[in-house]
Design a binder for this molecule. Structure first.
Ligand SMILES: Nc1ncnc2c1ncn2[C@@H]1O[C@H](COP(=O)(O)OP(=O)(O)OP(=O)(O)O)[C@@H](O)[C@H]1O
Ligand SMILES: [Mg+2]
Length: 933
């Protein structure tokens, strides 16, 4: 190994990192510098130091040609240490690591579809298990060329080094590649050591010159070498190699010769040396320059068009000449030398060279992504085979959880262009990939292009179907419905009943969301119900919501929704799921709805479905809000908003719920901001059923602001929308009650009483306690005290058995106030106190404060309320505690929640403290016997 000069500080820093690692403290070291600064040399040094200390070294080198090879770097890191079969492999890939196993198959063909996130988590746990044997040191050379999924893994790991002690050392040329090659996570790692090996000083260069050319090298000669190379270690080494080969003497005269070579000396020397080789040797150099390092000699021979034996001797000769580092498999001494060799290929020949490379690698059975990487560098020429290969590579990248990489291949396939028959399909897939990673504008363009290009019934239908699903996922069902109608017309003669049913099921779901789509929906639904082979789950799900809309008793709707969800066949990227879940929400089956949405969340995460994330979180937030768990609602709202950049189907439910949570916290200005900047900002008219939530929230906001005129106007829009869309849907947005509040505020009690009376009657028929209680609470407002008291007492009774804790707090608060007015002091105090405690449990601080302040003015000191027990837990603590109570180990919990074991421990110890328990057994009984939120 080369004796390094002037690198003592760097080596010491690296040693310190290794020592800290020995003490269980992981970290990240970034070696940053220009070409030839000596980064790889330092990395080699770390490797030796790490091996000496008994660490397990995993190493990889990223290469420019393999950038599109998803998880290429990760595979280099792990593959050498993974057994190909047997119990040890099974152990390594148990638990969460299972999701990563597909990456390490014999070939990369058979990988189960999985999102990058699940795979990253799997890789992390694989490393954790490996670390049980020996502390890992991961070395990645030239990380600026690493494929994106691998970079993400390194970033993912960097954020978890406090819980999995590992040292990650990477080299990068940030100046040449900007920061885009380096995951921000890597640079943001808590324990980051940034080393920038500098150019060598004159003294250091002299030392190297004397090492090679003899101790008597003249001072002037050494200075000339320094001046020419600027002290860049690579250039110094290459220059010395040339000087040795050419027999230059290190005298003062020789110095003039060195200086005269000029700043391009290295390039000049390499070029000159290559040019004087015989043609077959030049061909081999050229072949390796194109193929990249570490390709088998046989492939190099095929690429160069020379017999294998000749290729071998050529490689040996190039090694002898100092151009190759080794002959088999052949590799250049340095990337800079390879770059120079590449520049010797005339530009117009580069495309054909890569074309040939793709063929050679394909015939050699190399992974299709590697083959396609060369096709990316060919000149588009309408070659059908290329399109096929690029599309296959894209499919594979997609299954590896790398939709961006897939899009790169498809983009190139599109530019080829594909033969007319395939054009639409390529654009369609490209659009889907773009949508998958939320590049929405591009997705839209490509999907529309696909539809315009499509030719023939089935293809057109498929393209319209993709575009419709995308538009619907962007919150525009109105645009989606006609597309699906067209798709069905196109499918009429296509003999694909499976696809037809699928399109029809989606059409029904989307028509339901379109406020103008009622007639289409009803007509289609009836026909769908008679179709042979129809998916029963979809039918039941739609029938469930229809039952609600038709004002049937809730029990009927609930039974249908349960039957729809029973087989777990409805997934979050298809419409069927939402009608069933919505039914559960409206009928107050919140536990069930929550479980269902948690599962949808898992599916979305596992399969990398980014588009439905917003609506899944939106429903979770709404469920938490209806339950009265404002902290949990806030968490889902935050995560959902981050996951759903506009346009997104999830925005209305997220915005409406956020606004209502703000109002619950007495923050009308914040609610106003959310609504004004949202989907229905600037008073845009509603056109999707999801917009009615927003209207409801806006009406409440206006009531809170005392603007009863505009509140009434909004309630009126609600009424008209519902009457047009689904006159029986009274529960999501109880517009009668909202309008009644506006009438009351405007001193029109008769109108209010009539509307409320109507709602009470309807709610009694429907049979969901919450809705009746809400209506009764409203009825108490304008009623005389004895009647009001009866209404509120009934409401409280109903809510005690319902999951709506915050609603109960409000009803108790109203009742308490009434009792107080009636002079029943001590009962009133007890009622209000209970209301305040409930409010605190719900994290509804504003209501709790109001109530305790009320208690204080009427009777001295405000009581001190203390919340302990289950309701004192934060959502995360509660989740962890619940899983622990379900007998999962800390490690299993960490795997399940995509966090580290350290995080689990921290949550759990806080939960133990709040619940005042000392063991998991106690935890179980505390969680099962304690009051449920
Ligand atoms: N401090 C040093 N003392 C002596 N030789 C060195 C030193 N640093 C690097 N070298 C030699 O210089 C050459 C180039 O170094 P190296 O390959 O490590 O550079 P690099 O920074 O990795 O370049 P690239 O960015 O192109 O990957 C190597 O042959 C290496 O052995
Ligand atoms: Mg290097």
């Amino acid at each position: 190994m080369t004796q390094l000069v002037e690198r003592d500080a760097e080596v010491r820093a690296l040693e310190r990192s290794l020592v800290r690692l020995g003490a269980g403290q992981g970290g990240v070291v970034v070696l940053d510098g220009g070409a030839g600064a000596g980064k790889t040399a330092l990395l080699k040094r770390v490797r030796r130091l790490a091996v000496d200390r008994g660490y397990a070294v995993l190493s990889a080198r990223a290469a420019e040609l393999e950038r599109e090879f998803a998880f290429g770097v990760v595979r280099q890191l792990f593959e050498p240490v993974l057994p190909t079969a047997g119990p040890e492999r099974a152990r390594l890939f148990s638990g969460a690591a299972r999701t990563a196993e597909g990456l390490f198959g014999a070939a990369d063909q058979t990988v189960a579809p999985s999102s990058s996130y699940a795979v990253l988590n799997g890789l992390y746990w694989l490393l954790v298990t490996l670390a049980e044997r020996a502390t890992p040191v991961l070395l990645v050379d030239d990380v600026h060329w690493a494929d994106l999924p691998s970079l993400r893994f390194l970033g993912f790991l960097a954020r978890r080094l406090d819980s999995c002690a590992a040292l990650l050392v990477v080299t990068t040329r940030s100046a040449d590649h900007g920061e885009d090659g380096l995951a921000d996570d890597l640079l943001a790692a808590d324990d980051l050591t940034l080393l920038r090996p500098r150019n060598l000083s004159g003294r250091a260069v002299a030392e190297l010159v004397r090492r090679e050319l003899g101790p008597d090298a003249h001072e002037e000669f050494c200075a000339a070498c320094h001046a020419l190379t600027g002290g860049n270690p690579l250039f110094v080494r290459e220059l010395l190699r040339v000087l040795v080969t050419d027999g230059v003497r290190p005298t003062a005269d020789g110095a003039a010769a060195v200086a005269a070579a000029g700043p391009d000396a290295i390039r000049w020397y390499v070029t000159a040396r290559l040019r004087r080789q015989p043609p077959h040797v030049r061909a081999v150099a050229r072949a390796v320059a194109v193929l990249g390092d570490d390709v088998a000699l046989a492939e190099v021979a095929a690429q160069a068009g020379v017999p294998a034996a000749e290729a071998a001797s050529a490689a040996a000769r190039l090694t002898h000449e100092g151009i190759f580092d080794r002959a088999d498999p052949p590799a250049f001494v340095h990337a800079v030398v390879r770059d120079i060799a590449l520049t010797l290929i005339p530009v117009e020949e580069l495309g054909p060279e890569h074309e040939r490379a793709a063929r050679v690698l394909l015939e050699a059975g190399r992974p299709v992504t590697r083959v396609a990487a060369h096709l990316l560098r060919t000149t588009p020429a309408g070659v059908a085979d290329r399109v096929g290969l690029l599309a296959t590579a894209a499919g594979q990248a997609f299954r590896h959880g790398a939709p961006e990489n897939a899009a790169v291949f498809l983009d190139r396939a599109r530019a080829e262009p594909p033969p007319p028959a395939q054009r639409a399909e390529v654009s369609r897939q490209l659009g889907n990939c773009r949508a998958h990673h939320l590049a929405l504008a591009e997705a839209d363009d490509h999907l529309r292009e696909a539809l315009a290009l499509a030719d023939g019934g089935r293809q057109r239908a498929l393209c319209a179907y993709s575009l419709a699903r995308f538009r619907n996922a962007c919150g525009a069902p109105r645009e989606a419905v006609p597309l699906l109608v067209q798709a069905l017309a196109d499918l009429a003669g296509a003999e694909d009943p499976g696809l037809e049913l699928e399109v029809e099921a989606e059409l029904i779901g989307m028509a339901r969301a379109d406020l103008g789509g009622r007639a289409e929906l009803v007509r289609r639904l009836a026909a769908f119900g008679r179709r042979p082979g129809r998916p029963q789950a979809v039918l039941d799900s739609q029938a469930a919501l229809e039952a609600v809309l038709a004002g049937r008793p809730a029990g009927e709707a609930i039974a249908l929704a349960r039957s729809a969800l029973a087989g777990d066949v409805l997934t979050p990227e298809r419409c069927g799921l939402w009608a069933a879940v919505h039914t559960l929400l409206v009928t107050d089956q919140l536990d069930e709805a929550d479980r269902r949405m948690q599962r949808a969340l898992d599916t979305a995460v596992d399969r990398g479905l980014l588009l439905p994330m917003g609506i899944v979180r939106g429903y979770l937030a709404r469920i938490a809000y209806l339950r009265g768990d404002l902290a949990q609602a806030a968490e889902h709202l935050e995560l959902g908003t981050a996951a759903a950049p506009p346009p997104n189907i999830g925005l209305p439910i997220l915005e409406a719920t956020a606004a209502e949570v703000h109002l619950e916290h007495d923050r009308p200005p914040d609610a106003a901001t959310v609504l004004a900047s949202g989907v229905l900002g600037d008073d845009r008219p509603p056109h999707s059923s999801a917009h009615l939530w927003l209207l409801g929230a806006r009406t409440r906001l206006r009531l809170a602001q005392g603007d009863h005129v505009r509140a009434l106007a909004d309630a009126e829009i609600c009424r008209r929308s519902y009457e047009r869309w689904a006159p029986g849907e009274l529960w999501d947005v109880p517009w009668r009650l909202l309008a009644a509040r506006a009438h009351l505020a405007a001193a029109r009690p008769a109108e209010a009483t009539a509307l409320i009376g109507e709602q009470v009657r309807l709610a009694r028929d429907f049979g969901v306690p919450r809705h009746l209680a809400v209506a009764l609470r409203a009825a108490a407002g304008p009623a005389e005290p004895p009647a009001a008291r009866r209404h509120l007492e009934e409401a409280v009774e109903l809510l005690r058995a319902a999951p709506a804790r915050l609603e109960l707090a409000h009803a108790l608060a109203d009742l308490g106030r009434l009792q107080l007015r009636g002079g029943d002091r001590s009962t009133a105090r007890a009622t209000i106190r209970r209301a305040a405690e409930l409010a605190l449990e719900c994290h509804a601080q504003a209501l709790a404060d109001r109530l305790t302040a009320g208690l204080a003015t009427k009777g001295g000191r405000p009581p001190r309320l203390r919340v302990t027990g289950v309701s004192a837990l934060t959502p995360s603590e509660r989740r962890v505690a619940q899983l622990a109570a379900d007998a999962l180990t800390n490690r299993q919990i960490a795997e399940r929640l995509y966090v580290t074991e350290k995080t689990v421990e921290a949550h759990l110890s806080r939960a133990f403290r709040k619940l005042d328990v000392r063991s998991r057994t106690q935890l179980v009984s505390r969680l099962t016997t304690g009051p449920r939120l």
